[in-house]
Design a protein around this ligand. Structure first.
Ligand SMILES: Nc1ncnc2c1ncn2[C@@H]1O[C@H](COP(=O)(O)OP(=O)(O)OP(=O)(O)O)[C@@H](O)[C@H]1O
Ligand SMILES: [Mg+2]
Length: 276
């Protein structure tokens, strides 16, 4: 992977110590490059969500999770720090699989975190922020005339983009997305994908996906986990064209062969929505 890392993990391990002990993540060391989109893939139960949540200590809200190793955001340690956890989660935002609007207006949904952190000086500044982030997620034109109506009245795809706007409004360095299109119908999924595509130049995005095609379409880098272990991490083209490990070859086998065009673009033989 490239050296310009926004986030690095060092021997990060997570064990759930409930009724039965599960080593969900077994010492993973990774670099997530800045202003790129990294897709985390792997079979169900291999630790993708555990890895994602441990990047901003979100697993701490689940009982019985024990962590060792560390995560660094730039130079700053995520685990060995006196910074309050909400401050870390502001810098490393999280967007869940199932989008949920807060029981507030569209406007207040976007303004929510900004108000909590008190990071605005005037109503005009807040208005500008709300517009800026609704534009960033390609939602402004659809909602600008009804900002005072409840966010929950939007379509699921619009709510997912609203959640993205809410996360972005507090200006995180990194955005964690856990299967953010899997609960959506194909058209909504496509609009959220387009939004991620437009955001990835400006943000470091780490995205868990079950869709190989989505990883091919969106990701700059791909990380493959298997039974809590890192098998392979590489740029998307090398990952799919020239997997280094037998297990990676097995995992991607059966999915449509990806064809890279002369210009470096990508074309697949499956339709864009086939595996959403
Ligand atoms: N809160 C928890 N308590 C106990 N075990 C857990 C907990 N959360 C996850 N696990 C276990 O840890 C392992 C990894 O789970 P995780 O949710 O990270 O997998 P995943 O790759 O995201 O799977 P999926 O693709 O199905 O979402 C699994 O064996 C799971 O059963
Ligand atoms: Mg998961």
């Amino acid at each position: 992977m490239t050296t310009n890392a926004a986030l690095t993990t060092e021997n990060l391990a997570v064990t759930y110590v409930g009724d039965r002990e599960v080593d969900a993540l077994k010492g993973v060391s990774l670099e997530f490059p800045m202003n790129q989109l990294t897709a985390i893939i792997g079979p169900s139960g291999c630790g993708k969500s555990t890895l994602l949540k441990s990047l901003n200590r979100l697993h701490e809200i689940q009982p019985h999770a024990e962590v060792s190793g560390d995560v660094h955001l730039g130079e700053q340690s995520v685990y060995n720090t006196d910074d309050p956890v909400p401050e870390i989660r502001k810098q490393i935002g999280y967007v869940p699989q199932t989008p949920t609007a807060l029981p507030l207006s569209i406007y207040e949904n976007v303004a929510y975190g900004v108000k909590i952190h008190g990071e605005y000086d005037s109503k005009e500044e807040l208005d500008d922020l709300v517009e800026t982030y609704l534009r960033k997620v390609n939602l402004w034109e659809e909602v600008k005339d009804r900002l005072d109506t409840p966010g929950a009245e939007l379509s699921t795809g619009q709510i997912q983009r609203l959640c993205l706007a809410r996360s972005l409004a507090v200006e995180p360095d990194v955005l964690l997305c856990d299967e953010v299109t899997s609960a959506l119908d194909p058209i909504s999924a496509e609009s959220v994908e387009e939004t991620l595509e437009s955001l990835k130049e400006e943000y470091t995005i780490i995205m868990v996906t079950h869709s190989m095609d989505q990883a091919k379409r969106l990701a700059d880098e791909v990380v493959f986990l298997y039974l809590g272990e890192l098998v392979e991490a590489n740029d998307t083209r090398s990952f799919f064209e020239n997997p280094q490990h037998e297990r990676t070859r097995e995992f991607v086998k059966g999915h449509t062969a990806v064809e890279y065009t002369e210009s470096g673009g990508v074309s697949t033989t499956e339709s864009a929505t086939a595996d959403r």
